[in-house]
Design a protein. Structure first.
Length: 110
């Protein structure tokens, strides 16, 4: 019976930690960026803006953040720090892509 309880607790801990999604930190400069077409760069730009919005949302009160705060409060600090890193990387990638689009005379999204 004790082994079953330990196994259940271990499985619960693994499931809880696996459910702690963190924002994606994108690479600022990716290999092959200079070879992208205007449409591909605009798609990359849109993806970066989406990642930035997702990271910004992680900084607010979400169900996942409440659970992390209740069960393991340092995780909420880690999530906020990771969100800030993801936002900064997204901003830097946006600037990089904007510069490439300007060099190729592509329309730069606002």
């Amino acid at each position: 019976m004790k082994n079953l309880i330990k196994l259940t607790l271990a499985a619960s801990a693994v499931a809880l930690l696996a459910g702690c999604a963190t924002p994606t930190v994108t690479q600022v400069v990716k290999p092959g960026d200079t070879g992208l077409t205007c449409a591909q760069m605009q798609n990359e730009f849109a993806d970066v803006q989406r990642l930035k919005k997702e990271a910004d949302a992680e900084k607010s009160v979400t169900g996942g953040n409440v659970v992390r705060a209740l069960f393991f409060w340092p995780a909420i600090i880690g999530t906020a720090m990771n969100a800030n890193e993801a936002i900064a990387a997204a901003d830097n990638r946006s600037v990089h892509l904007s510069n490439l689009m300007a060099q190729k005379k592509c329309e730069v999204p606002k």
